[in-house]
Design a protein around this ligand. Structure first.
Ligand code: ATP
Ligand code: MG
Length: 362
């Protein structure tokens, strides 16, 4: 069986370091491994509109930002198909048919959707499109017969929902859809990177992000004013490592060789954590170290972005070509789906002839 990747991001803002460790970095590694037959990377503008219906300009402006982030992180349009969700109408058709296979109460139980509804204060005014986005995500994944979906932990419930739809579809109709596997980051700190404010998730919607395209100064400023342990007031005080976002970022980004380079008093992260827990290590020192580590990772991304920014029309061309290729694949799956669902009337000669016979005998 072919190995196929589908994943993507909502164009609701530039991409941040949470996206990077949660999914983007892995995608580039998978792309470069050469082990996949096809890689589809989707800019999920239709999904972004489900909670930004009144702000289409925001979604429109961020398409190019996300595409620039992709390219500057190393996604290569020669290998990976970069495309825009709304340009593939087949995805809407698939969603519409999958809706019959999902109950309202099943959607209501989705923990990610639940917390997102709370976060957006939708409460009693949840747009139907937003409520049903897990179904549209199932359409995105299955349209490309994806076997592997590299995403952050918040996407687990979406993958579960997709698997259920696949099983139900294949059971009720015919064995057409492929059950995908989620590929979570190996590093626990990367599953759900917290925000600079200490909130559980770095998220565009929460304004607590370090963006891949932030300038060196912006990154430094954000790090130096990061939330740490609020009880660690004086340097001598014992500090809390657990749940401290500075240490979680260090778990996500630091490598042993960073210590020799930027903080030679310590051999490794464990020694630094131990010192912080004992007391006698100030926040400024660990933040400066984190800044060095992060700047090293972000500098080449920033530099490549500057290059890609010089030819914006070429990037739209990449997205157009990618969308054309993606549409052809999705159209094939939709044809398979419609055949399985018996709504392929015009290319079913058997049906037409059988009915012709039936009526001629009456
Ligand atoms: P929004 O606030 O608009 O939902 P977002 O920051 O949650 O934006 P998405 O576009 O919804 O970003 O997510 C894109 C991908 O990045 C998903 O695979 C998601 O799991 C992953 N991701 C997003 N935020 C984080 C994070 N803080 N840590 C790890 N992975 C993340
Ligand atoms: Mg999100």
């Amino acid at each position: 069986m072919s190995k196929i990747i589908l994943t993507g991001d909502r164009p609701t803002g530039r991409l941040h370091v949470g996206h990077y460790v949660g999914s983007l970095k892995r995608r580039v590694e998978l792309q470069n491994s050469g082990e996949y037959d096809d890689i589809f990377i989707m800019i999920a503008d239709a999904q972004a509109l489900t909670d930004n219906a009144d702000n289409p300009e925001k979604v429109r402006q961020n398409i190019i930002e996300v595409a620039l982030d992709y390219l500057s992180c190393g996604l290569d349009p020669q290998i990976s198909t970069l495309f825009i969700q709304s340009q593939i109408p087949e995805l809407c058709e698939l969603s519409f048919y999958y809706m019959n296979l999902v109950t309202v109460s099943r959607l209501q139980r989705n923990p990610t959707v639940k917390s997102e509804i709370q976060m957006r204060n939708f409460e009693t005014s949840i747009p139907v499109g937003f409520f049903t986005y897990p179904i549209s995500q199932a359409a995105d994944i299955t349209a490309f017969k994806a076997t592997t979906v590299p995403v952050g932990e918040d996407q687990l419930p979406m993958l579960e929902q997709t698997k259920e739809i696949v099983r139900k579809f294949n059971m009720v109709y015919d064995d057409v859809l492929v059950e995908p596997d989620i590929l979570l980051p190996d590093n626990k700190a990367c599953l759900r990177l917290p925000g600079t404010d200490g909130k559980a998730k770095m998220s565009k919607s929460l304004n607590n992000c370090i963006y891949l395209s932030d300038s060196e100064d912006e990154v430094k400023k954000k790090i130096m004013s990061m939330f740490t342990d609020p009880n660690h007031i004086r340097v001598e005080d014992p500090g809390q490592v657990e749940g401290n976002p500075v240490f979680i970022y260090l778990d996500a980004f630091s490598k042993p060789e960073h210590f020799a380079e930027y903080l030679p008093d310590y051999q490794n992260l464990q020694e630094l954590k131990d010192h912080y827990s004992r007391g006698g290590l100030g926040d400024v020192k660990i933040k400066k170290f984190l800044n060095n580590v992060l700047q090293e990772e972000l500098a080449p991304i920033r530099a490549r972005r500057k290059e890609f920014e010089k030819d914006i029309p070429a990037i739209y061309e990449i997205l157009k070509k990618g969308s054309e290729k993606a549409e052809a694949v999705a159209a094939q799956t939709l044809a398979d789906v419609k055949r399985a669902m018996k709504i392929n009337y015009f290319d079913d000669m058997e049906l037409i002839q059988a009915q012709a016979k039936k009526f001629s005998q009456e």
